[in-house]
Ligand binder design. Sequence first.
Ligand SMILES: [Fe+2]
Ligand SMILES: [Fe+2]
Length: 213
Amino acid sequence: MHRKLTRSDQLIHQFDTVLRTLVPHAAQPSRPSPAGDTRDESLDELERRHAAGLMRINHTGEVCAQALYQGQGLTAKLADTRVQMEQAAQEEIDHLAWCDARLVELDGRTSYLNPLFYAASFGMGALAGAVGDRLSLGFVNATEEQVGKHLDAHLENLPRGDRRSRQVLEQMREDEAHHARWALEAGGTRFPAPVKWGMSLMSKVMTRSVYRF
Ligand SMILES: [Fe+2]
Ligand SMILES: [Fe+2]
């Protein structure tokens, strides 16, 4: 039986999603990790720590993606695109869970700064959603493009022997490219270059701090 969600149902749902995003190992993927049965070549201690730093950045990126979609979900109308938005958000949960699982394998941990980045991204998503759907979708497009660039850089930068992380990042890159395309096709505004520079500056702050903390 379906009933209309009350305001308190929605609040509980939001809170549940926040916890699933921020509590390590709480996110449940809908697709198995692309790492599958792939075996790593040998990784020395330095390489393992470097790979964990990169995967920590990717994990935080996915925390931000969750927050962005949730913030938008709260304020955007998205009459025609809500289903696709929810589908994309589900794929981001997969990414979150895969990165988390890989961090465990690498003997790493998620970032202490995640609550901070979650709050900032949630606020930006809610703001964009309140302004209008075209801006909101444009924001998804610009963010996903940014994430795609990160993933390319990380794929270059991963230790050669780290084949399991590579499998995960390659599938993520494919999904993010799809999200970026979809957001434009759904009517998203193309962000002007200065806004994109601003976003890439912010993402530099994020990557530098999260690699270590
Ligand atoms: Fe993602
Ligand atoms: Fe994405």
